[in-house]
Structures are given as structure tokens and as C-alpha cells.
Design a protein around this ligand. Structure first.
Ligand SMILES: [Zn+2]
Length: 258
């Protein structure tokens, strides 16, 4: 975390409407400036989430994605354009994010998250946003974040279905595997199942909202809280996940401590 958190006059004016929020205050804005967030995946969720983290005043973003921009991405991945077709998504996204906020420090890594690079990347990160598009990736990211003790906000969207879940890794909290092995969840790929672009934007924005609340201290973000969204009916359901004693990742710990 960067400890140089003095806000310039330009920053005070830029973030004035947030600083005025009860519970956010100047201290919350300074905490945002000191924060470093790792965003994994710069597709639809990552585009939506990263633009609000950038404009909200998070001090430092690291973008991680080995994918390149394709024409079929442009219906929902709003940081990319026809001019960025064929470019790495992290390069295209970083260029646009830098335009949105000149105070932002950006690092763009054109590689996919794996068990080799994640432990190093998590070393000086305050929070991870999982905006990846595979269940196996989300389980790996959860495993690595839990091992490193780095808070995680994970999301997924397929068809008209979306979900957001937060993990702070308190002793009584579940992990992502507790969720994925018990609940019907978005799986498969957007290529074969399709996905509603505005829903992706909404779910990514919800990730950003949870992130700025967590980092600023403006509101509580309960670990293990799962939000399920039906984009067809606009039904929202919030559940509090309990640790699964049979979970292959964290279940053993709970059996030992029972
Ligand atoms: Zn678990």
C-alpha cells in the first residue's frame, strides 16, 4: 500500500461528491488513493469494474489478462474499440483508463492468471477483483487469495444470469469452492450460451461498488455474501453462504476446528 495519500486540490475537487458521502469522508478517499487492486480479466466485467475504480480514485490498478480484443467482444467490453482489435486487452484497457483519470498508476500484464504468477502478484495487493470467465479460473483465484489472505470480490455472468460474491477470509467464511460445488452457477462459455451486455456492465459495476466500500471503509462488505441476479425478471436475491464442511479446499480446516 502506498502511504503517500495527500490529495491535491484537483483531486479534492474531482472526488468531492464522494468525499461528501457520510462514512466515506476525506479519510476514505485517502485510503482509496493508497490502495492497489489487481483486476483479473479485462473482458466485460473487467471493463465495467475497472473504469469505476479508476474514476473513483483508487491509486493503483494492475490489469492481468493474456487475451486480445476481438470484434465479438465489442458488444459489452466497453473500454475496447475497433481501433484496438487484435491488441492485448490490458493494453487497450490501460490506455482508456489513463484517459479517465490521470492520477491513476497502471500496470498492464498480458498474461493469464495461474498458480505460478498469482502468488507473486498478490504480494502487495490490497484487493482482487475476479473478472475472469471460467469456473476453474475462479476456483484457482479464490484458492490463491485465501492462501495469501487478500480479500476477493468474484463475479460471473452467463446468459441473463449474474452473481457477485465477496470474501474477506475471516475464520467463519466460506471459499469460492464452497459456492461452486453446491449451487447451480453460471458455467460454460459466453460463446455457446450467449450473454446480455448490459447485465455484464451492471455486475461489473457492482464489483466496483463493493471494492470502493471495502477499500474506503464507507460501508461493511460481508464476507460470504452472495448476490444472485436474474436479468430477465430483475429479481435480486442475497444469500449468506456458510462454509461447507465437505469443501475440498477449506472443509478440512473446519473439521479440525469443530
Ligand atoms: Zn470452501
Amino acid at each position: 500500500m502506498n502511504h503517500d495519500a495527500c490529495l491535491s486540490d484537483g483531486e479534492l475537487l474531482r472526488y468531492h461528491r464522494q468525499i461528501n458521502l457520510k462514512g466515506w469522508d476525506l479519510q476514505g478517499q485517502e485510503r482509496l488513493k493508497r490502495s492497489h487492486v489487481l483486476i483479473i480479466g479485462l473482458g466485460g466485467l473487467g471493463c465495467a469494474a475497472s473504469q469505476y475504480l479508476a474514476t473513483s480514485g483508487v491509486g493503483r490498478l494492475t490489469l492481468l489478462d493474456g487475451d486480445r480484443v476481438e470484434l465479438s467482444n465489442l458488444a459489452r467490453q466497453v473500454l475496447h474499440s475497433e481501433a484496438s482489435l487484435g491488441q492485448h486487452k490490458v493494453v487497450s484497457a490501460a490506455r482508456r483508463l489513463a484517459e479517465l483519470n490521470p492520477y491513476l498508476q497502471l500496470q498492464a500484464l498480458a498474461e493469464f492468471a495461474d498458480e505460478l504468477n498469482l502468488p507473486d502478484l498478490l504480494h502487495d495487493v490490497d484487493l482482487v477483483l475476479d473478472c475472469s470467465d471460467r469456473r476453474s479460473s475462479r476456483e484457482l483465484i479464490s484458492w490463491c487469495c485465501r492462501a495469501a489472505g487478500v480479500a476477493l470480490i468474484s463475479a460471473a455472468v452467463i446468459r441473463f444470469e449474474g452473481q457477485v460474491v465477496s470474501f474477506g477470509w475471516q475464520p467463519d467464511e466460506p471459499c469460492y469452492r464452497c459456492l461452486s460445488q453446491r449451487f447451480a452457477e453460471p458455467d460454460g462459455s459466453c460463446v455457446t450460451n450467449g450473454v446480455a451486455g448490459p447485465l455484464v456492465g451492471m455486475v461489473g459495476s457492482l464489483q466496483a461498488l463493493q471494492a470502493v466500500k471495502w477499500l474506503s471503509g464507507a460501508a461493511v462488505v460481508p464476507g460470504g455474501q452472495l448476490l444472485l441476479i436474474d436479468g430477465r425478471t430483475l429479481e435480486f436475491m442475497t444469500l449468506t453462504l456458510q462454509p461447507d464442511a465437505e469443501c475440498s479446499i477449506c472443509g478440512q480446516r473446519h473439521r479440525l476446528s469443530a
